[in-house]
Design a protein around this ligand. Structure first.
Ligand code: ADP
Length: 414
């Protein structure tokens, strides 16, 4: 085990800042520590780097007690990239990086060719060659972060502790930084990183520790830790989590629930695959119900964002009898039904079927010919054309026209 922490307690004066912290990190793991401001993340890293002394508990590094190491030995084992570096002396970026070699250079020795070669190699990897001769204090926050990171790597540690290392970096440099960490992880480096960006954590870390008020609130795989409930409880924010189609990692979208002045007219929107997004947004001040929608559908996420009533089907499952009965019940009470422009297959055909015997105002939003959206060998087309003949059905080709129409109808009544 690379790092083993058992029942760690730490106080700042009388304030019990870390409470009974226990966890283990294996060699070559990439652990993310997440949690709100003030939850104790930085303190925890400082304790592992022996910058702060804990009151009780045990910390072992590679099976040995943290305090059995000499400081030089520890510096060859652990390096720490703090949030900010307050260096008061004028050093060049190169000189700062060179400091990282100190633990490897004997008391009466000087730097060797090998030390310089290591710095050269690291500076190439971190894209810092051009900064080498610049004065550290004159560098931007992001550039300084890269130099401090380089110094930590030059130290050739077994364990790297990072505290919010990417805060000052632009999006390109952030990803480059994370990719570089991954590369070092693949070479055997153990990484423990405090990170605010939950999506970055989800994309790069193997496991997460979620801290809250000095304790570990949750620990485990990304899926186990970054649940909507955990995030709501610890960060007090509503989020939607879903798997990114591109990276296959969990993606988190935060949102503030809309406090809406709801118009009493009830509208039901039948959509799917993103066909409803704009319409769902336009009617945000109405009493809206949506469905039947699969829980994995992108329209489902939008509907949830607006806190609409959703008739939900399990991901990738066809509309079940229960959902079909539910939609029939919901439709009884609505004033308008909007049928969006989405592909129709056997799985969602019942979203069309449910409208055939209804005497409700139905608005069809038609953007693409039904022939191109029918994946039922003509069944959907037949139903759709039958539906269009109903006297209570109106077809629109412009989303804004639908909104204008409903608004004007309602205004006429007032
Ligand atoms: P995080 O990194 O999660 O934002 P910190 O570890 O920095 O949290 O801080 C944890 C708690 O300890 C906070 O309440 C913070 O105000 C307090 N704290 C941090 N540093 C000190 C200090 N030097 N003296 C007293 N309290 C501190």
């Amino acid at each position: 085990m690379s790092v083993e922490i058992n029942k760690l307690n730490f106080f700042y004066g009388k304030s019990h800042t870390l409470k009974n912290i226990s966890f283990q990190v294996e060699k070559g793991e990439f652990i993310g520590i997440v949690g709100p401001n003030g939850s104790g993340k930085t303190t925890l890293l400082k304790i592992i780097d022996r910058l702060l002394k804990y009151e009780s508990g045990i910390i072992s590094i590679n099976g040995r007690d943290l305090y059995s190491y000499s400081l030089r030995e520890l510096a060859r084992t652990i390096s720490f990239v703090p949030q900010t570096s307050h260096l008061t002396f004028d050093f060049t970026a190169y000189e700062i990086a060179l400091m990282g070699r100190n633990p490897h250079i004997g008391k009466f020795e000087v730097e060797t060719k090998e030390d310089y070669e290591i710095i050269q190699k690291i500076f190439e990897l971190t894209n810092c060659i051009e900064l080498a001769n610049r004065n550290f204090n004159d560098l931007s926050g992001g550039e300084q972060q890269k130099i401090i990171f380089s110094r930590a790597l030059v130290q050739e540690p077994e364990i790297l502790l990072l505290d919010e290392p990417t805060t000052h970096l632009d999006i390109y440099n952030q990803i480059e930084y994370m990719e570089l960490l991954k590369k070092f992880q693949n070479d055997g480096l153990t990484i423990i990183m405090v990170v605010h960006d939950l999506n970055l954590a989800a994309q790069y870390c193997d496991r997460l520790i979620l801290m809250s008020e000095g304790s570990i609130y949750s620990m485990g795989s990304i899926e186990e830790v970054l649940t909507e409930d955990n995030i709501k409880e610890v960060f007090n924010i509503d989020v939607i989590t879903h798997k990114s189609y591109i990276t296959d990692s969990i993606h988190i979208v935060p949102y503030l629930k809309f406090i809406k002045e709801t118009h009493p007219v009830r509208i039901h929107i039948i959509c799917g695959g993103g066909s409803g997004a704009k319409i769902l947004h336009l009617f945000k001040n109405f009493k809206v119900s949506v469905g039947v929608l699969n829980a994995a559908d992108s329209d489902y996420e939008v509907a949830k964002l607006y806190d609409y009533q959703i008739i939900t089907e399990k991901p990738f499952s066809p509309i079940s009898n229960e959902s079909y009965e539910e939609i029939l019940r919901v439709l009884e009470d609505v004033r308008y039904i909007i049928f969006c422009n989405f592909p129709i297959g056997i799985g969602n055909l019942r979203n069309l079927e449910c409208l055939l015997d209804l005497e409700k105002e139905i608005i069809i939003y038609e953007e693409t010919d039904i022939d191109l959206r029918d994946f039922t060998n003509g069944k959907a087309k037949k139903m759709y054309e039958e539906l269009k003949k109903h006297p209570n059905v109106r077809v629109f080709n412009e989303i804004n026209e639908i909104f204008k129409f409903i608004k004007s109808e309602i205004n006429k009544e007032v």
